[in-house]
Design a protein around this ligand. Sequence first.
Ligand code: FAD
Length: 457
Amino acid sequence: GLSTHHWYIARFIMTGAMAQRRVKAAVIGAGMSGLVAARELRREGHHVVVFEKGNEVGGTWVYDPRIESDPSGLDPAREVIHSSMYKSLRVNLPRPIMGFSDYPFDAKPGVGDDPRPFPGHEAVLRFLQGFAADSGVVELVRFGHEVVRIERAVEGRNDEWVVEWRTRDGEASAEVFEAVVVCNGKFTEPRLAEFPGRTTWRGEQIHSHNYRVPKPYKDKIVVIIGNGPSGIDIAKDVLLAAKEVHLASRETTTFKIHGGLFQHSPIDHAEEDGKIVFQDGSSIYVDAIIHCSGYKYHFPFLKTNEIVNVDDNCVAPLYQHVFPPALAPWLSFIAIPYRTITFLLSELQSRWVAKILSGKIQLPSKEDMTSSVQEYYQRIEAVGWPKRHTHRLQLEKFDYENWLVGELGLPPLEKWRQNMYFTSFDLLTTFDENGRDTWDVEKWMKGEEGGGGGSDN
Ligand code: FAD
């Protein structure tokens, strides 16, 4: 490859009247975000290398039947399995909002595709493989390269990053890049629910990261902690085998399901004989607990001398959830926010990063970025959101996504996309078993349905 020095010389290329900067960029991860980031960076003329620890593209969507040696995910020495995908998973957003702007996630009947508007997870992997091949991005990926260290070559110099990796045969090597775009995914490092008696409770405990199939729960009494998208989805799946499923959560959920499923307040404590006592005073004897209590942002390879930190699940400080002001634009993060149309988010953020690196879009000064971050934290606090919700969007509906759209000079997001998102979100948190199959997605795209979507939380 070209040396960094070479790239310094070739960095400024005149395109018309505008000086366009071309940088040598490392993208960490070849999941959906890394693929679209690589595509956008290359479109802007940057030199891109994608590092992927696995053997294929797709990240989360590469189903792996194995589970980790510590299924609760606490042992730091465990071998990490990247994907949290379970076997029966169907997408929770419909096809029209799970593609890229110029590369839609259309059904491809006749080639064994699952044509449903909410297909099984295999269809998404096929889609991403197609995208990687058709965009040429797959050729930029170094597979079997796990990034183990990202650090500035010289302290105080922000455009020289050492990227160190290890290959499968244990060989370590490093290379210097001007820019690093972190796309390592946010659904791998489990967060466990805590309650008194948890560690001495004798039943089986796993985190949803290690949930694959209902079979191990045959005829068992299972408690599921959390009623987010995975809690509800896994509860339905486990119910296919289990005797009883008890959902413990702060908020109750609308049921359109019968038999075998019960709702509770959060767990108060666990007793050694297997009893679980809920905060409302009720109690039952339980065989297994599945913690669907979410994930932690985790960047074990990142050494920034405390410039960027993860604190109470807030990656801080980040200007617009992407750039640490002190290291911008050379270090960036894609797909940190959640509760949004994930493919759209990664595409918009990637395009923004690519154009900032090329100099077509200007960032505010470091001071202005820092005060913008502070203002944002104050807004979050003012509405009473805890710090760990910093990256949760939809405080105002699609204001963040539309801000990115504005930066990029694109037309405002179509209303139907937003309505479709909110309605899907309601669907997946209401236990409506048939909703995904009875919903006329096509009609929505034509704007014949509207308004939709009640809650945004
Ligand atoms: P990932 O897909 O996690 O990819 C990250 C990649 O980085 C991986 O390939 C990984 O191997 C690699 N990597 C990590 N660390 C390193 C390292 N140190 N060195 C090299 N490579 C590394 N979104 C939807 O839009 N619709 C859905 O229906 C939907 N369902 C979901 C269901 C589940 C169970 C989960 C967990 C997520 C779901 N999502 C869904 C969100 C999903 O995460 C995104 O769609 C998308 O896959 C995120 O892509 P990503 O590239 O950001 O992360």
